[in-house]
Design a protein. Structure first.
Length: 146
């Protein structure tokens, strides 16, 4: 997972995630989004101009790729390096999480955890299982909605 000092804070409304039909679950919302799309575009621009080597951008380790396969969801975006399908995976962080901080989780797991411990920070990372491209897309806070 690559991080960046260059972030753009957005003033988007909260995104409400509803439980799947037929399930009982607490509703949570994502708020305080910090987008890393600008940094992603700059990284890709540098890659295309030859200023960044392929091994510097295609460096997803085994754990990140396994987390994307197990917890991630397929995205409509193709990999910007090899054009293969990509997955997005969410990693959770917070002092209130204990040992669960720094782990990959599905939306359903995030829903249960937020209802149990309250707000958590979620990092959404895109990962290509083929060429190992990965980039942090955004940071959001998952909060319970009453």
């Amino acid at each position: 997972m690559r991080s960046s000092a260059y972030v753009v804070e957005t003033n988007c409304p909260q995104i409400i995630t509803l439980p799947r039909p037929g399930t009982i679950g607490r509703v949570f919302a994502y708020s305080r989004e910090v987008s890393h799309e600008w940094r992603r575009r700059m990284t890709l621009k540098d890659f295309r101009k030859g200023r960044v080597r392929p091994e510097d951008v295609c460096d997803a380790d085994f754990l990140l790729r396994a987390a994307a396969d197990h917890h991630g969801t397929v995205t409509p975006r193709a990999c910007p390096i090899c054009s293969e399908p990509m997955r997005e995976v969410s990693w959770i962080y917070g002092d209130n999480l204990g040992r669960r901080s720094g782990t990959a989780r599905s939306e359903e797991e995030i829903d249960r955890i937020v209802s149990e411990v309250g707000p958590v920070t979620v990092h959404v990372v895109e990962v290509c299982g083929h060429c190992r491209w990965n980039h942090l897309l955004k940071e959001v806070t998952a909060v319970p909605v009453v």
